[in-house]
Ligand binder design. Structure first.
Ligand code: ATP
Ligand code: MG
Length: 238
């Protein structure tokens, strides 16, 4: 693909995504033709009631789960129609994930947890360490490199999770209620950090949130209702 074509494409596009879950003989239709466009450099918020399918959508965008039909285009290419190994590489190199329940490894230090995706991606150890230390320093965690998750505060753990998701310099960071377990001050400073990363490095974010306050700070907000994605005015979010 030529560079001139690449630059015209959105970073990611979801087209007519259908996803249902089968439990026993019942089918639960969660996404019923959902579509959205993510432009490089934006902070996109996703809101919607509990159980409506926000996490499901995020997992599909990140190549962690497959829809029954519809496509996810990454720079114009269908991520589910590539050769073997593509999805693993897509998840490791191009996407960063921050989950509500962080999923840090309890027996590893903040630094080791942050370095982890770099090890999986077979990057040079010294480069990964440098990048991880830089990120942790930016997150205000310079003096916590050797703490394990159990020896950190909730906000600090979440910042390690953010550093870890950025260590391989992903094109897109997907965050599933990253402030869900934080108090109001810690949520605000976590959002400050994401906005800084966006402004400084043009980092693209898709952030699922239940918080009206957090959603209002996004560049643009979409709402998931009845299996479909629709735009919503930030001032109308309840
Ligand atoms: N693996 C699964 N098998 C069957 N049903 C599932 C599965 N995962 C999720 N669901 C159901 O699909 C629906 C959407 O789930 P999802 O986790 O995407 O919702 P959500 O919008 O992220 O909700 P919340 O805001 O509570 O996190 C829910 O009703 C859930 O019960
Ligand atoms: Mg969810």
């Amino acid at each position: 693909m030529s560079d001139s074509v690449k630059t015209e494409k959105p970073l990611i596009e979801a087209v007519n995504v259908f996803k249902s879950y089968k439990i026993k003989d019942k089918s639960l239709d969660v996404l019923t033709g959902a579509g959205l466009v993510i432009q490089a450099g934006e902070i996109l918020g996703i809101v919607g009631a509990s159980g409506v399918g926000k996490s499901t959508l995020l997992h599909i965008l990140g190549g962690l789960d497959r829809p029954q039909s519809g496509t996810i285009l990454f720079k114009g290419e269908n991520i589910f129609a590539q050769k073997n190994g593509f999805l693993e590489e897509y998840r490791n190199k191009h996407i960063g994930f921050v989950f509500q329940m962080y999923n840090l490894l309890p027996d590893f230090t903040a630094l080791e947890n942050t370095m982890f995706p770099g090890w999986i991606g077979n990057k040079n150890e010294k480069d990964v360490r440098e990048q991880a230390e830089n990120l942790l320093e930016q997150m205000g965690l310079k003096d916590r490199l050797y703490h394990k998750p159990g020896e950190l505060s909730g906000g600090e753990v979440q910042r390690v999770a953010l550093a870890r998701s950025l260590v391989n310099k992903p094109d897109l960071l997907l965050a599933d209620e990253p402030t869900g377990n934080l108090d109001s001050n810690a949520s605000d400073s976590f959002m400050d950090l994401m906005i800084q990363l966006n402004e400084k490095f043009n980092q693209t974010f898709v952030i699922v949130t239940h918080s009206q306050k957090i959603a209002r700070r996004m560049g643009r907000v979409l709402q998931l209702v009845d299996g479909l994605v629709t735009p919503i005015d930030k001032d109308l979010i309840l």
